[in-house]
Structure formats: C-alpha cells, structure tokens
Ligand binder design. Structure first.
Ligand code: NAD
Length: 500
C-alpha cells in the first residue's frame, strides 16, 4: 500500500499540476493541425481542467506516417531486444518517480478515487510495463520438427504500425496493457485515448521520450470517435487493438473490412455473473468480494460482477453482510483518501446511470438507490428477475442486480444466458462443484471463491460479444502484436530433393 497524503495535501498537489495539452507525434508535443482544442473536465466538480488538442484525420495521418517511418528504418523494431528492455524498464522507473503526479492527474481527469489511483492504477501500470519490458529478451522462437534435410524456423515478427484505441475507465492502466506488449514486440504505435481522459497518456509520452524511446515509436492523437474512426480506417495501420464498448468494437470490424483488412483485437463489455451457492463459506469474506466486484471504480469496470446470482438459502444472510461492508464505502470527493466511491466519468454517463436507477426504483431496492450529488450515485443493490433490463444490460455504474436461483444448475444456466462472456465468479465450499462450474461458465476469466481479473501473468479477454482476436496481459498478449514467419531451409546437396 502506498503512503497516502491528506485531502488538503492532495488538493495542493492538484492545484500545482502542469497539465499536458497537445497531442504527441514524432517525439514532440504538437497542437492539432487545425489548431482546434476541446475541454477536458473534472468529473467530480464539472469544472474545466484544461484544453486538449482536437486532432482529426490529418493528425492521424501524420502520426501513422511517422510511426511507419520509425518502424521501417528499424530504430526500434530492429533494436536488440535487450536494448528495448532497458528503455521500457527505464520508463517504468521514471513513472515510479512521478507516481504521485500521475495518480493525482488520473484522479482529477477521471473521477477515480485517489485511493485507487495511488494503490492500483499507477503502481499496476508501472508493474505491467516493467513485466513486458523484462520479458522481451526471454522469448525464444521455434524450429519445427522437419526432416534432417531441412531446417524450418518459425519466427515472431512485429506486426508493424499498431493503432491502440482506449476507454476512459482505467486510462493509464489500459494504455500500459497495450503499449507494454506492443512496444516490447517492436511495433510502432498510435494511441487514441478516450476523449474524457487524455492527460496521463500524454504525460507518459513525455516520460517515454525521457527514457530514450526513439521518435515516432509512440504517438498519441487526442480526440473523440472521429479520431478513432480515422485510425480504424487508415490504410497504413496494420492492426488495431481496441478496448471499449461492444457497439464501438463492432464498428472497427467494418472499418477494417472497408479499408485494408487490418487485424482487429476487441476487448469489450460484460455483464458478469457472481454465483454464490448455499454452501459458500465465510460469508463476510464473500460479501467483501461481492462489494469490491460490483462497486470498485463506481462499477465502471468491464469485469464488474454486476449480476449476483445467489441461492435462496443464503441470499438474506449474504445481503445483510453486503450492507455491512458498504457502510465503509464512503462516497465523495475523489481526492479525499478516505473516499472509496468517486464520481462517474461525465454528466452524460451520470444521466445514463440515473436512467437505470429509475428502472431500479420499480424493482426491489435492497440497499442504496439515491443520488448523493450531481455525478455521484451511492452503491445500489436491487433484486430483479433474470431477463429484466437491470439483469441484462451493461450499466457501467454502481448498481448490482441480485437474481435469486434455486440450484447450481439454474445458477450456471442464468449466468451463461447473456451475450457477454468476459468474467465470472463462483463461491462454494464444494471444490468439485466449483471447478465444474468454472468449466461450465462461458467466460474468459473465472475466479473461484474470489473476485478478480487474475494478474499480469494471466491472459485477459472475453468469450462471445465480450471480444475476440487476442488477449491482453501475460505472454499471450505478445501474440496480438507479432505475426509468424516460416523460413524453410533446404539442406540437401541437390536442389530437387523431395520434401517428405
Ligand atoms: P467507447 O466504446 O464509447 O469508447 C472507447 C474508445 O473508442 C474511445 O477512445 C472512444 O473515443 C472511441 N470511439 C468512440 N466511438 C468511436 C467510433 N465510432 N469509431 C472509432 N472510435 C470510437 O467505450 P467507453 O465508454 O470509453 O468505455 C466503456 C466500455 O469499455 C464498456 O463497455 C466496458 O465494458 C469496456 N471496457 C472493456 C474492457 C476489456 O478489457 N474488455 C476494459 C475496459 C473497458
């Protein structure tokens, strides 16, 4: 755990921050070619924090051209893996030295609590970059089992110029999840942060330059969906790795089909089930996981355990424990280190979640249900039937839907009856049943007697409409950013020797 400052001290750090404004192209900070800017707001107050370059397709084109030049001349793509490692590790160390500034900037720009930024978002981003950096010079290529008259090598080569389109819910961490393996593999990247949260990505680009990352290898184009679309449609982008909503992810498949058939990797939404069976042990610990799973980051989490599928026999006792735990989840100013529930990302998103709160009011609200202030909604637990709006749609806010069930079989059937398949949890003291359930659940990550996403060593991604094409995290993330080349060598004396 990081040593935290007081609320007043965090406010002082926030007031003294020098916020980046420009896009980052070819190793330097640049305004949009049009000169246009857009405002970025503090979700907690609605106040304008600053302005950011409003890039358009011409800026995207410039960034891609610079990324291509860097990739082709090999200044990074053909650098010795050990040298690439040194740069990424240096970057991680520089971030560590600037961790407090990054944490406060992230909290101000996203409404996330300083408690989470200090303890999770920033240290985890640093860890991820270091992990991928340190991995680069430990990955071996392969030789196939060909006959003794041949040697067949299977090499991994970087994909090329990569577009990375990011969501606003974990701005720096999602950036680290993508640039870690992409840069490690030797790709050049053009990053499009969410319009709501550009600041820490721009600050990271400055630190990357200080760490010795060559010009043109990491470019950041700021703006909204039109900038993402320009990247998705660009004919010289070799692949796009996208994290965001299923609706937008679907569009990237169209962009690819309509342009150069670039590879598309999608990490999308979820409506993740958390199953608690009658025999679950230590309900206090289960409740802590349920609360964390549903309300961490105000429920704005793709893997949020937003459906509590609970057996009748344990439901009331569990919900009583959930209520107890929620008393500690203070809602308020994200810069207050005592606060666990900050602001929703924007007034527009607040209005959307408010719509679901109104739907909840027509169901059985068990805990919460109120707006604390503009932008802030208290953690809410509501009982609703399987198939209802609350039990089906990704709310991306602090609303947990409880769905009572009669049996293990019914729990699994309800859990799987969704178009999503990102994550799932199962709580039971019966080990065999836990593992059988884990096998039966159609999700990319299943946690047993806990809530989580695994860690940097385990791949993360979805089944069904939660995504496809690759995984973030672990050594498997490198597969996204590399392609396989076969080099077949004939060792026989005569050129016409048959291949067996
Ligand atoms: P979003 O789809 O609205 O935006 C994501 C990114 O796409 C942003 O950078 C945005 O500017 C860009 N974009 C928006 N419209 C576009 C368009 N028409 N063409 C090209 N780009 C466009 O998602 P969001 O609201 O920022 O994030 C929330 C969503 O992200 C949730 O559904 C959540 O589940 C998902 N998410 C998934 C993961 C995961 O790993 N599976 C992680 C975090 C968030």
């Amino acid at each position: 755990m990081t040593d935290l400052l007081t609320h007043e001290e965090y406010r002082a750090v926030a007031a003294a921050l020098d916020l980046p404004q420009n896009a980052w192209i070819d190793g330097s900070s640049r305004p949009a070619r049009s000169g246009k800017t857009f405002e970025t707001n503090n979700p907690a107050t609605g106040a304008v924090l600053g302005t950011v370059a409003a890039c358009d397709a011409t800026d995207v084109d410039l960034a891609v051209t610079k990324a291509r030049a860097a990739f082709e001349d090999g200044r990074w793509s053909r650098l010795h893996p050990g040298a690439r490692k040194e740069v990424l590790v240096r970057l991680a160390n520089l971030m560590d030295r600037n961790a407090r500034e990054l944490a406060v900037m992230e909290s101000l720009d996203s409404g996330k609590t300083i408690y989470d930024c200090e303890n999770v978002d920033i240290p985890e981003s640093i860890h991820v970059l270091k992990w991928h950096g340190e991995l680069i010079d430990k990955i071996y290529d392969q030789v196939s089992p060909a006959s003794t008259d041949h040697i067949a090598m299977i090499l991994r080569e970087p994909v090329g110029v990569v577009g990375l389109v990011l969501p606003w819910n974990f701005p720096l961490l999602m950036l680290a999840w993508k640039i870690g393996p992409a840069l490690a593999a030797g790709c050049s990247v053009v990053v499009k942060p969410a319009a709501e949260t550009s600041l820490t990505a721009l600050r990271l680009a400055e630190l990357a330059a200080d760490a010795g990352l060559p010009r043109g290898v990491l470019n950041i184009v700021t703006g909204g969906g039109d900038v993402g679309e320009a990247l998705g449609r660009h004919a010289d982008v070799d692949m796009v790795s996208f994290t965001g909503s299923t609706v937008t992810g679907r569009k990237f498949l169209h962009y690819s089909a309509d342009s150069n058939l670039k590879e598309i990797v999608l990490e999308l939404g979820g409506k993740n089930p958390c199953i608690v069976l009658d025999d679950a042990e230590d309900l206090d610990a289960v409740a802590a996981h349920v609360v964390n799973g549903a309300f961490w980051n105000m429920g704005q989490n793709c893997s949020a355990a937003s459906r509590l599928i609970v057996q009748h026999g344990v439901k009331d006792r569990l919900l009583a424990k959930v209520a107890e735990h929620l008393r500690e989840w203070v809602v308020g100013d994200p810069l207050n280190p005592e606060v666990r529930v900050g602001a929703l990302i924007s007034r527009a998103h607040f209005t959307k979640v408010l719509g679901y709160l109104k739907v909840a009011a027509k169901e059985t609200v068990v805990i919460g249900g109120k707006v604390v202030a503009e932008g802030f909604i208290e953690p809410t637990v509501v009982e609703a039937s399987h198939g209802s709006t609350l039990a089906s749609e990704e709310i991306f806010g602090p609303i947990l839907t409880v769905i009572p069930v009669g049996s293990f079989e019914e729990a699994i059937a309800v859990a799987n009856d969704t178009t999503y398949g990102l994550a799932a949890s199962i709580f039971t003291a019966n080990g065999k049943r836990a593992l059988r359930g884990a096998r039966m659940l159609r999700a990319g990550t299943v946690t047993v007697n806990s809530f989580g996403e695994g860690d940097i060593t385990t791949p993360f991604g979805g089944y069904k409409q939660s995504g496809f094409g690759g995984r973030d995290n672990a050594i498997h993330a490198h597969d996204q950013y590399t392609q396989l080349k076969t080099i077949w060598v004939d060792l026989s004396d005569t050129a016409d020797t048959a291949i067996e």
